[in-house]
Design a binder for this molecule. Structure first.
Ligand code: SF4
Length: 359
């Protein structure tokens, strides 16, 4: 599976699931927005496995993204989750900060975990490079490519004019002869779960219709809570705003979480028109904090909840949700990353990859 394929699914409600395996990480990158440490919290392995084993061939996400922290501090769990998801037909993708690349050879348990997933993505940025040298990351990626693994880079810089991004993207294209696609983001306080295409990059004009594609895929947080979106403040905030909480892996299975996400009138409207337009439309006097900050407060405004219920319940709301997703999916992964990633580098998501043909 190549990068462009699963990024293309990002706006489709419940086509994907983001799973945070741990907040632990052996690295100490200065910019880490998830505050990951060597002893951070993590959901129970049994609860995660039970949740993923509730996927069926008829009711499952198309893709499951495993992230952290550093998910490869739990390599056996990565393998078990990938196998469980694959049994139902769900493909899995793993994002790593590449701590293991400091050794000359990739350790066996890590190699087996990477071998169990359908795509592997390596995080790289200036802060990471102080912890793990670029040449070590390249060496590990060459080893994985040679073994037939589908791989990509997940790069972060300070913005479109960051010379680091110009340098590292050119270097990767030369080094791997365009066989490795890239997702390029800008640094912001969103965390690695969110960084698969981030929410806070997208700041539409106040009141404008601006669908939020980041509310499409459920996210399993560090404590097992399942959220409706990947915004790091939502992932970290407790209690979770009611309209953004979908359940908990200890109590709910995938069909329940999916049904809650798809049936919620408020989430349908957030995905279709965005939170700013919702507030302006139903509660103009409540307009104030922008985009994600305003979205987190939506359920505090009964007029918004009632307006969404009136306009987005039943088959009409279902159709609205489906058509919004279809239009964004049809626009493709490059268009999505022009909105949510670092726009000048959006095209790099479609580099051919291991198979030699862009999807
Ligand atoms: S907080 Fe709301 S607007 Fe922001 S990413 Fe989440 S769902 Fe979208």
């Amino acid at each position: 599976m190549e990068l462009a394929e699963f990024i293309g699914l990002r706006p489709v409600p419940c086509a994907g699931l983001l799973v945070t395996l741990t907040r632990r990480c052996p690295l100490s990158c200065a910019h880490c927005s998830t505050s990951s440490t060597s002893s951070g919290e993590e959901p129970g392995a049994g609860q995660l496995l039970d949740f993923v084993r509730s996927f069926t061939s008829d009711d499952r996400p198309d893709v499951m993204l495993l992230t952290g922290g550093e998910p490869l501090v739990r390599p056996a769990l990565v393998s078990e989750l990938a196998v469980a998801a694959g049994t139902a037909g769900t493909r899995s993708v793993l994002l790593s900060g590449m701590f293991f690349a400091r050794a000359d050879r990739i350790p066996g348990p890590v190699l087996r975990a990477i071998g169990a997933v359908d795509h592997f993505s390596a995080s790289l940025d200036a802060h990471h490079e102080r912890e793990v040298p670029r040449r070590a990351v390249f060496r590990a990626l060459h080893q994985l490519l040679d073994a037939g693994t589908s791989v990509s880079f997940h790069l972060t810089g300070s913005g479109p004019d960051d010379p680091y991004l110009a340098n590292v993207t050119a270097h990767i294209r030369r080094e791997f002869a365009d066989r490795v696609p890239m997702l390029v983001n800008e640094v912001r306080a969103v965390g690695r779960a969110a960084s698969w295409a981030t929410a806070t990059a997208h700041r539409p004009a106040p009141g404008r219709v601006a669908p939020c594609a980041m509310a499409a895929w459920p996210v399993v947080a560090f404590d097992g809570t399942v959220l409706a979106c990947c915004n790091q403040r939502v992932v970290d905030l407790r209690p979770v705003p009611p309209h953004l909480r979908l359940g908990h892996v200890a109590e709910d299975d995938w069909p329940t979480v999916r049904a809650r996400s798809l049936a919620s009138p408020l989430l349908r409207m957030v995905r279709a028109v965005g939170p700013d337009h919702l507030r302006e439309r139903y509660a103009p006097s409540a307009c104030g904090p922008g985009h994600c900050a305003g979205c987190r407060e939506l359920s505090e405004h009964p007029a918004v909840t009632e307006g969404a219920r009136r306009d987005a319940s039943g088959p009409a709301g279902e159709l609205l949700d489906r058509e919004t997703a279809r239009m964004q999916a049809d626009a493709g992964p490059v268009a999505l990353l022009r909105r949510y990633g670092c726009p000048p580098y959006a095209d790099l998501v479609t580099l051919p990859g291991r198979t030699g043909s862009a999807r």
